[in-house]
Design a protein around this ligand. Sequence first.
Ligand code: GTP
Ligand code: MG
Ligand code: ZN
Length: 347
Amino acid sequence: MATDLARLGFTPWFRNQTLAVGGVPARVFAVHRTGLEVRGEYVDTLLPLGGRWFQEDAQARPTVGDWVLLDDACETIEAVLERTSLLKRMHPGRPNEVQLIAANVDVLLIVTSCNEEFNAGRLERYLALAEEAGLGSLVVLTKADLCEDIEPFVQAAKTLRRGVEVVAVDATDADSVAALVPWCAPGSTVALVGSSGVGKSTILNALAGGELQRTGEIREDDGKGRHTTTHRSLHLLESGLLVVDSPGIRELGLVEASLEDVFDDVQDLAAACRFSDCAHESEPGCAVQAAIISGELNARRLESYRKLQREDLINRENVAERHARVRRFSKNVKAAIQSRQNRNKET
Ligand SMILES: Nc1nc2c(ncn2[C@@H]2O[C@H](COP(=O)(O)OP(=O)(O)OP(=O)(O)O)[C@@H](O)[C@H]2O)c(=O)[nH]1
Ligand SMILES: [Mg+2]
Ligand SMILES: [Zn+2]
């Protein structure tokens, strides 16, 4: 099906790059093991991702939401256009590897439920993810209809970050989900993230006004895993909104956590500590501990901040080390090929 490029989110930023490089632009709608689903003005197809892409760093490979350039025959993916934003995490199964979540997203919809699934520490991670990617974000509390009193959840969500926006909805009711419309401008791309079963696909369906994605009860013990949504995909709605739906995230390991803004309350307090290198433990004149004692700051929040800081330090070092290793390796390979070619020329 042919689609107007502007409807797919093709802005001057991508147009200028396309003019400079040359090629047929298309947007990545899904990533499968067999290839990428891409859509452009005259193309809507599944293209295999050639072997050369796997010699590169995972972050250079196209992911959902990316704009790519195809050859004139629209058979191969030649290049990935520079992104406006990139959501990524530490790969849950491969140590020190980065896994991409989505590219060129404008707003992150962080979905959680008004029940025991709600976890402040986890939400702080998502807020830091949005910050890292430079995106606006919104906390969406689902299952408001199943909860007797949503106020404690709304209040808890509001303490996660200064100025954080929070909306509570019944995701199964389109009128209720309409509360998200201010964050869903036509032509923009939003991404739904959160644990399995919180209602990400249900929200997508409500925004779309029809069933685009299957939704389901959480399956804990069928041996096939508990995710109803099994792969990340982009959806173009009638309204002109583009939505990334993804499987539930169990572990969100941040790659380069931007904690300063998410924890600016802790940072402001720390600035008032007597010692500039205060660890906020038992130092005299510690403003952070004083705020915990007075009830101004939640002790859980300080712990969460510390945990993410430690994790961030380790991840940054490991990812940098891995980059260097991959670069050394490919340099060695290139040198070996070069020297063999030279030898062949000589004989
Ligand atoms: N009553 C009610 N049910 C909801 C709400 N949100 C989601 N559900 C139900 O919760 C179940 C899980 O919803 P999904 O939309 O499949 O959850 P998901 O986040 O997409 O889950 P994964 O695809 O596994 O990551 C479905 O049965 C939904 O109908 C809500 O706000 N109210
Ligand atoms: Mg889903
Ligand atoms: Zn201190």
